[in-house]
Structure formats: structure tokens, C-alpha cells
Design a protein around this ligand. Structure first.
Ligand SMILES: NC(=O)c1ccc[n+]([C@@H]2O[C@H](COP(=O)([O-])OP(=O)(O)OC[C@H]3O[C@@H](n4cnc5c(N)ncnc54)[C@H](O)[C@@H]3O)[C@@H](O)[C@H]2O)c1
Ligand SMILES: [Zn+2]
Length: 275
């Protein structure tokens, strides 16, 4: 693995923007969607199903109840550390992330736009009240003592694969209004809030290069930033083990782990990561 072509591409950049995806967090133990796997994954929850169908919410929150401790315990890996170091060294102006795990902030990155929200917060669909996910975990545990020992393999999106029937799972309502609680993440079938898209494009407006890391760009929500950067003639380079829908627009793509390639890139650009 050599990051030299990427370092050359970005040699004169001082306002890089990184577009990151689930691949940046697999080395923190959070699975992505599209890497090859040894078992089939169940389809992700759809927004309208979640809002309309109580049984879908029971299934979602039961799986989330089991999967949340692993997300809460996940720590940044060298990919996150390298991007924080690039920002600290004045080479990187910001991050647009599709991840919902909060690990860029945890690594010390400051200018981060979380396109798809964050799992650590819960938002009431009815009154908009935002509360910590950790507090809901306590309520979920109290309402479902029979689920204390439930375990299942971790999935992307902070839930776990469960064989169990979830029709008896009790989903607590919003404490402020009794309404429907939803993780503050963008589900499939839901739009990214316009102010968040605007913030991401504002980052791109300031950018002198785009670094794409650990994303398949299967979803247009992320792909559009690569397209926009290409239209603006910015240098675009990537790090990804697999392929992505944006590959045609990448001048350079390093096929390597982000946890190895991003620290090497940071070092080559004069920003030695501390972790
Ligand atoms: N950690 C998270 O927050 C998380 C995890 C899973 C899914 N999601 C959500 O699901 C969507 C998934 O889209 P996506 O494009 O981010 O993920 P994806 O699963 O579609 O693609 C991940 C890409 O990263 C590559 N990859 C995996 N591990 C890697 C590594 N260590 N180094 C380099 N490359 C690696 C894979 O080959 C794949 O191409 C996002 O919109 C996101 O909101 C978030
Ligand atoms: Zn409410």
C-alpha cells in the first residue's frame, strides 16, 4: 500500500474536505453495510414503516436495545485520529460524514457535518424534543426486564441481529408529549434535513480538495458531494477497500484500510496523528 499518489494529489491543499463512510469505523468494530459478510443481513428499517407501524418500532427498538452497548463502547480508530490530526495541522477544513456513530467528534475533529444524524440522540417525531440515547437505554431496560440477557451479532446502524419475537417488547413514549421516539438518524426513505445539506455544501464551497474515505457511495446523499466536487474541478482522491459509485470521478484511489492509509497520508502531509 502506498499513499504517495494521494499525498501528491493533495500536496498543496490546505482546505481539504473529507467525505467519510462506514468503512472508517469498521476498524472500531462497527460493521458497514456493503463489505462481504458470512451471514445475510436483514433489510434496514424504512422511515414510513417506522412511523406508521408499532410492530416495526418494537422490532427496531428491541434490536437497538441489544446493539446500543457496542456502539456506545466503540472508540475512534487511527482513521478518525488521522483526520483530526489533519484538521489540527491546518490541512483539512472539515468532514462531511455519513456515519452516525459520533467517532469523528470523539477523535477530536471539530468541523464535522453529520449528514445522517447521530445514534447517541433520540428525537420525538411528534414534538421534536431531543434527548440522549443513553437515557432511553435505561428506560428500555426498566420496561423490558426479560430482555436483560438478550444478545445478537452486531449490525450496521447500531442494532443487533435478533432471532427472537419482539411483539412483547415495550417501547416507551416521549417523556415530554407521549409521542413516538425515533433515533436522530436519517432512515432509508427519509430526506437529509435541508439545513444539514446546506452546511455540507458550504464546506465544499471552501474546499480545495476532496478526500473520500471508506464509503461505497451507494446512496446519492453522499455521492452528490463527489459529483459537485468533480464539477468544480477539485482534486478528488479516495481510500477504500472495495469499489464505490464515485470511483469514475476519483483521480486516485488507494485500495487499503483507512486505519493504515489515512495515518500514512496525514504523516506525508505533515500532520502526524497522535493515536
Ligand atoms: N459507523 C456508522 O455510523 C455506520 C455504519 C453502517 C452504516 N451506516 C449508515 O449506512 C450508510 C452506509 O453507506 P456507506 O457508504 O457509509 O457504507 P457502505 O457499507 O455502503 O460502504 C463501506 C465501504 O467501505 C469499505 N471499507 C470497509 N472497511 C474498510 C476499511 N477498514 N478501510 C477502507 N475501506 C473499508 C467497503 O469496502 C465499502 O466500500 C451510511 O449512509 C450511514 O449512514 C453508518
Ligand atoms: Zn414528544
Amino acid at each position: 500500500m502506498s499513499v504517495l499518489p494521494l499525498a501528491r494529489l493533495f500536496a498543496h491543499c490546505t482546505r481539504l474536505v473529507a467525505l467519510t463512510g462506514a468503512g472508517c469505523s469498521t476498524e472500531s468494530g462497527i460493521p458497514d453495510y456493503r463489505s462481504p459478510r458470512d451471514r445475510p443481513r436483514s433489510p434496514p428499517v424504512q422511515y414510513l414503516d417506522f412511523i406508521r407501524k408499532p410492530a416495526i418500532r418494537q422490532r427496531y427498538w428491541a434490536r437497538s436495545f441489544v446493539g446500543w452497548p457496542a456502539i456506545e463502547a466503540a472508540r475512534p480508530n487511527p482513521s478518525h485520529g488521522a483526520l483530526a490530526a489533519l484538521e489540527g495541522a491546518g490541512r483539512l477544513a472539515g468532514i462531511i460524514t455519513q456515519n452516525v456513530d459520533g467517532l469523528h467528534h470523539a477523535a477530536g475533529s471539530r468541523a464535522v457535518t453529520e449528514l445522517h444524524g447521530r445514534l447517541a440522540e433520540v428525537r420525538c417525531h411528534d414534538c421534536g424534543d431531543v434527548s440522549p440515547r443513553a437515557a432511553l437505554q435505561v428506560r428500555l431496560a426498566a420496561a423490558n426486564p426479560g430482555w436483560a440477557d438478550a444478545r445478537g451479532p452486531a449490525n450496521a446502524d447500531g442494532d443487533a441481529e435478533l432471532g427472537a419475537d419482539t411483539h412483547d417488547f415495550v417501547v416507551p413514549p416521549c417523556l415530554a408529549c407521549g409521542g413516538v421516539l425515533k433515533p436522530r438518524v436519517v432512515f432509508f426513505g427519509e430526506n437529509v434535513p435541508p439545513p444539514v445539506v446546506a452546511e455540507a455544501f458550504a464546506r465544499l464551497d471552501e474546499a480545495d480538495g476532496l478526500l473520500v474515505a471508506g464509503t461505497s457511495l451507494a446512496v446519492y446523499s453522499g455521492l452528490r458531494f463527489v459529483r459537485a466536487a468533480a464539477e468544480r474541478g477539485l482534486p478528488i482522491g479516495g481510500v477504500n477497500l472495495g469499489t464505490s459509485r464515485g470511483d469514475a470521478d476519483l483521480a486516485v484511489c488507494v485500495r487499503a484500510r483507512t486505519g493504515a492509509a489515512l495515518p500514512a497520508l496525514a504523516e506525508a502531509l505533515g500532520a502526524a496523528p497522535s493515536a
